[in-house]
Design a protein around this ligand. Structure first.
Ligand SMILES: Cc1ncc(COP(=O)(O)O)c(C=O)c1O
Length: 428
């Protein structure tokens, strides 16, 4: 069937055209009328540039990309434009299957190949050893705050927590219901602006694991290396929700890595758990079936209906990251973006301030304040007028926060920096 006659192809020709403006005759064709047309499975690679700068080695963007905002939200967060466009092109009729991924059986061959490819690409990206299982789960990282102690220890077992921000704090509070956690260090008294040196930490030799949050999304504090667990099991557990796939990680150093997808790798609704296989199978008796890693591992994440569309989107993001050259390349881009933003803050003569100690500043979430705090509301409002949104800091800390995940183009950060300089010139 000629593509030009289908609603899908009309959308492809003009993806920004609202559905209601498409010719009615083509929109309301019966389902079997377009069950045969196939969309060529070709990659659409488009960069986003609001300035004249060429960013991230991608070809120039089409006109409709100009209408998108630079979204600095902490999560759900910006996704790569080419991934969104690819998803759009496959939304209506996934690769000739006659239906969208949202409609298909999670046990059918199309979806099985989607989830298997997503897992295999993630394994390639993070060089995940065979001794580790990869699980695609639901319930957010918050559910893992309970699932981890339920799976790794009995109620009386001690575990160690190193708390460097609000998410680590939430994790320890939840763990208290299922084990016996011990706070070995907290950055709370210093407003979560630091990470301690590991040598002085007093770890419990009987602890079942040591838990860290690799990147504290609210406070912008990121581990640049990892503590070695001094406990008998040697297990390190990390919440990597907000820096997952932002740089290479030596997975073999961890017992468990977990991450909500909605910052760097997909939409909300998917939680990824990477767990050493020998740690699976010891869940506490009362563990709900949905929190038992053994059940999910035995069923290849298909024990119940998984978040199919979210997993598909994660798969597209993994493909995109591989096509960019893998996580080493991605890290370089992230370093560059973070460097120009932190430099702009540090070189503002105190007009802007980042409270986080320099050596542990996050590449992903950049919190900053204004010396004249009364101008913060105006900063956020004026930035939004310039199509830079979601710059307000988390309600618990105030100020501003720019989340500059993988999908934020360099042009977005350059535009923010230019805006900050203008704002300072106006208000200094
Ligand atoms: C580091 C970190 N851990 C955990 C969470 C909670 O994730 P979820 O809302 O997916 O449960 C978040 C959410 O922003 C986070 O940033």
């Amino acid at each position: 069937m000629a593509m030009a006659t289908t609603p899908h192809s009309l959308l492809l020709q003009n993806p920004t055209q609202p559905h209601h403006q498409l010719p009615k005759t083509s929109i309301f064709k019966p389902f079997n009328a377009f069950s045969r047309f196939t969309i060529p499975n070709r990659r659409i690679s488009i960069s986003c540039a609001a300035t004249s700068t060429q960013i991230q080695d991608r070809p120039p963007l089409p006109a409709h990309s100009q209408e998108r905002l630079f979204n600095f939200a902490a999560g759900p967060a910006i996704l790569p434009e080419n991934v969104l466009l690819k998803a759009q092109s496959e939304l209506y009729n996934y690769r000739g299957s006659g239906m969208s991924v949202m409609e298909m059986s999670h046990r059918g061959k199309e979806f099985l190949s989607i989830i298997q490819k997503a897992e295999s690409d993630l394994r390639t990206l993070l060089e995940i050893p065979d001794e580790y299982a990869v699980l695609f789960l639901q319930g957010g990282a918050t559910t893992q705050f309970a699932a981890i102690p339920l799976n790794l220890c009995s109620p009386s077992d001690p575990v160690d927590f190193l708390v460097t921000g609000s998410w680590g704090d939430k994790a320890i509070k939840e763990a208290k219901k299922y084990c016996n956690p011990n706070l070995i260090w907290s950055g709370k008294s210093e407003k979560y602006t630091k990470i301690p040196t590991f040598e002085g930490l007093e770890q419990n030799p009987d602890a079942k694991y040591l838990h860290i949050c690799a990147n504290e999304t609210i406070h912008g504090v990121e581990f640049k290396n990892y503590p070695t667990p001094q406990n008998s099991t040697g297990i390190l557990v990390a919440d990597m929700s907000s820096n997952f796939c932002s740089k290479p990680v030596d997975v073999s150093k961890f017992g468990v890595i977990y991450a909500g997808a909605q910052k760097n790798v997909g939409p909300s609704g998917v939680t990824i758990v990477i767990i050493r296989k020998d740690l699976i199978g010891n869940a506490q008796e009362q563990t709900p079936v949905m929190l038992d890693y053994k059940i999910h591992a035995e069923n290849n994440s298909l024990y119940n209906t998984p978040p199919c569309y979210g997993i598909y989107m994660c798969g597209l993001v993994f493909e995109d990251l591989l096509e960019q050259g893998g996580l080493k390349e991605v890290e370089k881009k992230n370093q560059k973006k973070a460097e120009i933003l932190y430099n702009a803050i540090d070189e503002s003569n105190g007009f802007f301030r980042c409270p986080v100690e320099k050596s542990v500043r996050s590449l992903m979430n950049v919190p900053f304040t204004l010396e004249k705090s009364e101008l913060e509301g105006e900063f956020v409002k004026e930035a939004a007028k310039e199509k830079m949104v979601q710059l307000k800091g988390h309600r618990s800390v105030g100020g501003m926060r720019a989340s500059i995940y993988n999908a934020m183009p360099l042009a977005g950060v350059e535009k923010l920096v230019a805006f900050m300089k203008d704002f300072q010139a106006k208000h200094a």
